[in-house]
Design a binder for this molecule. Sequence first.
Ligand SMILES: [Zn+2]
Length: 240
Amino acid sequence: MIEFIWRKILKPFLNIFLKSNCPLCQRTTDRELCKYCELQVMRCQFPGGGQIFPGKVPVFVWGEYKHSLKRAIAAMKYNDNPQIGRPLGYWLADGWLASPVAALDKVAVVPIPMHKKKLKERGFNQSEVLARNFCQLTGLQLRRNGLERVKQTQALFGLSPGERLETVQDAFVVGKDFLNRRPRASVLLVDDIYTTGATVNAAIEVLQKAGIKVLGVVAIATTKKPSSQQPRLKTKRENK
Ligand SMILES: [Zn+2]
């Protein structure tokens, strides 16, 4: 109980006043990540601000799932550091806003949900933390319960594409935010890591079947290599 009070109530409060240790390198810092690690994570960002992968809908990914970005995501998810989702969510928003797929009109942001059993274990959904911070910067509306995960799925790592598809089938249903009233806005899905697309495709299918438009997907990192044919993403900023 004391540990819970410290972790959930006192520590976040004290962090406003006290310097703490960077979760990646243990250097003292008054930010979520120290300046050195921030720089290292920024180096994993795709040239041009992000990369767009084609799919059912355009998928905007901020960086490559490697080095410091991979460590930052792992520290956030597995070492109870949801605060890392703040800079990551901001950077994701910044990259997406400068990309040609950004849209600010009638967009509702929906995080890929976690099964409630897993949510209880971890204490937070990293995609929701990213989405919340993404919305803070973009000013878009967060619909945290746009989707619900009704099937607990095993980790997709190491599964074949076919097995992945089977695993995520029927994993999602339309959540309580949209049950009684379908949004007039298009949905932008937020995920942490984009791999084969099996998870987001299952989520997109559920929304589309319910008559909800899906604008696209944003994710902070991907294991996919951008195809060599794909032109480097030019940001609006660069075009100016
Ligand atoms: Zn650090």
